[in-house]
Ligand binder design. Sequence first.
Ligand code: FEO
Length: 172
Amino acid sequence: MLNKKVEKALNDQIKVEAESSHAYLAMASWAEINGFPGASTFLYAHSDEERMHMLKLIKFVNDRGGKAIIPSVNQPDKDFKNLQNIFNLLLSHEHAVTAAINNVVDVCLKEKDYTTHNFMQWYVSEQIEEETLAHHIIDQLNLIGNDKGALYFFDRDIATLKGGPQAATAGK
Ligand code: FEO
């Protein structure tokens, strides 16, 4: 039976992942109607990945004898200035997700739940990858600045970046 404090922490994390998926869906939709098909493809795939993160938690909670709570989600931001704005928001969001995951890990240690602690290590590693990816994208966008030609190629290439569509369809 899942420790109640651990179960609560995992359910809180289910909501965090659901809100991440929703936030990136809103970004994908904005990119789609503002002339960035590549960024839109990347963000739709990233939204799918976050949903997968949520599902993995739901299955774990239920498989361990707990009860996963399917959360309501807040309306995400829907208006963005440009791609720089989107990816800066995405990185801040990932920093918050990392803090939330660290909190779950902390609860596992306090409650001596080493099974869930072990399960959560996948999320710890995933956060390192996601933050690195977001930094990489922001660095590229900073280099590009207002160069529309370079932005065109950036948008073309981001559709195939790791964390983009291939990663999502590979069931990452
Ligand atoms: Fe599921 Fe981007 O953290």
